[in-house]
Design a protein around this ligand. Structure first.
Ligand SMILES: NC(=O)c1ccc[n+]([C@@H]2O[C@H](COP(=O)([O-])OP(=O)(O)OC[C@H]3O[C@@H](n4cnc5c(N)ncnc54)[C@H](O)[C@@H]3O)[C@@H](O)[C@H]2O)c1
Length: 344
């Protein structure tokens, strides 16, 4: 690798609300990056960063940041509705862009950003942090190696009490996590989507959703999302023809592989069917405890330096936005099944 390829990437963070400070902390500590600036419209948020990182340049002007030649890339952690304008301006200024999930607020915007990045030879990476989570990657290996057999179905629950957001629904807020994980595990986007939702607290802003997805391979999935639940739960169950897996993000044993299943034996006589149920051992492999965001940012820097497509690719970002749009379409059509993907 050349010397330039090993030089830290100059990254500035835009948006210092809830999530941005996590990007700041990781970039500050990462050898592959140099934190060359932070930006927020809100002075008090800049002040909070200044107390912790007094040597980092601060500004309320995004244009000033984009004019700075030391800024090679921006990490955008602002509210979803601002992603498109900020990312477009960055790419037009010749900066690589890491955009927090979801990539944009429509597939049209996400496609435009992807095309712009392509035409300029710049990296556009959505911040799908779970794609860098060691347990998520362990489950992906189990699926990819065939150890679980055919994947019959996946069910996922991501529920918590709060935080209600006035500008986006629970779907735009939480579904990017599960949708990106499913897209990553199965290696294909779904072709059908249906959903039922309800705005329980703020009328018109869904805070609970039950989403059904159908994939070309035959796998079906259900994703339950809510800002209204008595306890925090981040659990996904993957049921295969050979084995089953429970991935529990909040557990000390985040991946448990169950050697369980049901087998249809050959009938001994006409009209007879016999099922054998198997409840074998449960294995809980050790899982690396590295912070996914640090791995994500390293992948971003590697993509900037080597031009290799990051694991959290612009295509996955676009597919996730298309999945969310399909959910919204299904809701608008009163729960109809919506087809997505080519030809729909
Ligand atoms: N990857 C993850 O796990 C994860 C977790 C939480 C949030 N997020 C994402 O991070 C993003 C931010 O979420 P949040 O909860 O931190 O939001 P937030 O509302 O807490 O913070 C947004 C910040 O952006 C600033 N801002 C808005 N417009 C700006 C502009 N034009 N220029 C400069 N600053 C601007 C605001 O002043 C605010 O400080 C969202 O896209 C969200 O989905 C990702």
């Amino acid at each position: 690798m050349s010397l330039a390829a090993r030089e830290p990437v100059g990254v500035a963070v835009v948006g210092l609300g809830y999530w941005g400070p996590n990007l700041v902390r990781n970039l500050y500590e990462l050898g592959d990056a140099e934190l060359v600036g932070v930006c927020d419209l809100d002075e008090s948020r800049l002040g909070r960063i200044a107390r912790r990182y007094p040597d980092v340049r601060r500004t309320t002007s995004y244009d000033e940041l984009l004019d700075d030649p030391e800024v090679e890339a921006v990490a955008i952690a602002t509210t979803v509705g601002t992603h498109f304008d900020l990312a477009r301006a960055a790419l037009e200024a010749g900066k690589h862009a890491l955009v927090e999930k979801p990539l944009a607020s429509s597939s049209e915007e996400a496609s435009k950003l992807a095309a712009l990045a392509d035409s300029k030879g710049l990296v556009l990476m959505p911040g799908h942090t779970f794609l860098y989570s060691p347990p998520v990657n362990l489950v992906r290996e189990l699926i990819g190696s065939g150890e679980l057999g055919d994947i019959y179905f996946i069910s996922s629950s991501r529920v918590n009490l709060g935080l209600h957001q006035p500008d986006v629904s629970v779907i735009w807020d939480l579904a990017p996590h599960d949708f990106s994980i499913l897209r990553y595990w199965l290696g294909e986007p779904p072709t059908s989507v249906s959903a039922s939702t309800r705005g329980c607290v703020l009328p018109g802003v869904p805070d609970v959703a039950f989403v059904n997805l159908g994939f070309p391979s035959g796998t079906i999935a259900n994703v339950h999302l809510a800002w209204l639940a008595p306890t925090k739960l981040r659990q996904t169950v993957v049921v295969g023809s050979q084995k089953m897996v429970v991935y529990d993000d909040g557990s000390r044993e985040p991946v448990r592989i169950h050697d369980s299943g049901a087998v249809l034996e050959d009938p001994e006589s006409f009209g007879e069917y016999r099922l054998t149920y198997r409840t074998g051992s449960i294995l809980s492999p050790p899982v690396e405890a590295t912070e996914p965001l640090a791995i994500e940012l390293r992948d971003f820097c590697r993509a900037v330096r080597t031009n290799v497509i990051p694991t959290s690719s612009a295509q996955i970002g676009l597919d996730v936005v298309e999945m969310i749009e399909a959910v919204e379409q299904a809701i608008a059509d009163h729960g109809a099944v919506v087809s997505i993907g080519p030809g729909s």
